[in-house]
Design a protein around this ligand. Sequence first.
Ligand code: ATP
Length: 446
Amino acid sequence: MDELVSLCKRRGFIFQSNEIYGGLQGSYDYGPLGVELKNNLKASWWSCMVYERDDIEGLDSSILTHPNVLKFSGHEDTFTDPLIDCKSCKSRWTADEIIDNKCPKCGSKSLTEPRPFNLMFKTSLGPIEDLENYAYLRPETAQNIFTNFKNILDTTSHELPFGIAQIGKAFRNEITPRNFIFRVREFEQMELEFFVNPGDDEEWHKKWVDMRLSWWEKQGLNNNLKTLEVPKDELSHYSKATTDIMYKFPHGEEELEGIANRTDFDLGSHTKNQAELNIDSEVLENNASSAKLAIKSSVSNKWIVPYVIEPSAGVDRGVLAILTEAYTNEQIDNKTSRIVLKLSKHLAPIKVAIIPLKKNNSDIVEKSKEIKMSLQSSNFGRVILENTGNIGKSYRKHDEIGTPICITIDFDTLEKNTVTLRDRDTMKQEKVNVDDLELRLRDIFK
Ligand code: ATP
């Protein structure tokens, strides 16, 4: 982990947030390379969820959330961690961090009883800070998918099964943020709520676990993934069954994504008139909204509250897993080694680096710029001109940041119209005619 954190900082992937003021714990900033990697990961998820299917629609909803949404979703009451204080050294712990009834810091057994601590951030609305006018920063992106259920149904023409996908920030006041970007207070989620007929839920749950595993494998996580059935007594308040996709992070095996069967809990608890609607649902009481978050079955003509399968993945945990898997310290020969980020090509922040052989040769540099602009407009992703005048150093840098292809522009380019392509993983070089370059790269990046 230390090596990874250091590489991330040194090369501009991830920085501690507000570092010049001592840092804001549990918050991180994504630098020039981090933002590209993160965007590429999100784009791959969006493409797989929304563009490659016709039964899923996208959404980008507000972060500020009406308190009633999180009241009726159950988060106000249940989204808590039990907290324990050490009376001797005054340190504060979550209950699961206390082993053998002793303070992990000073070993004292003088501890308070666990007290519930709500993980949601509250903020006041309007110019006057008071207890009435407040909103929550959403603790998951899911709730505004449920509250938009009717809007989306009314504006599209879906029948069950269909889904709504969203990528966005979520906030949790984690008591002990830790392990770099693994557990933070501000993070991004990629969430799908997939609505199915009650009764089809268990089958869809299994399908989504398989689909999500295979997607993570395509992001390059081939070796260190596994699934875990969450024990019944550890399920979230809304879940009938949850399968976690676990990844072997540098600090241990932990959750990367959770795939929950949320049943009709959320749509049901946001819907007031279920009894009047003659809807079969277990969640009938104490509802506040007057919405009818239900769908009329084209088969039975009855209103039903769909069941929901929710694959919910963390972007930041995804980035950490991908960096962990890609980080390779490779021995080249007895004396030399190199660090390579073996990122899948579609995730690499920079796809191609154009390196002029001579920093100050204006013909070579001009030709390099021309090739850069022409490749940039071919939509491979980011292509950069790396004009350091030191090819060996540039190769090392681009190995470390995972650039799949380096292209050297030299005198042969001016005289014979050829360039040298170097592959990140094999370090093999090939000569390619400039006229064939785009086609060759299309083949490499396909
Ligand atoms: P954990 O048990 O690790 O706290 P969780 O079960 O509370 O996670 P979910 O509520 O299922 O997490 O959220 C879905 C996903 O959101 C998680 O799989 C994870 O990738 C991401 N996530 C949740 N909390 C955090 C956090 N504090 N920091 C970064 N990512 C998070």
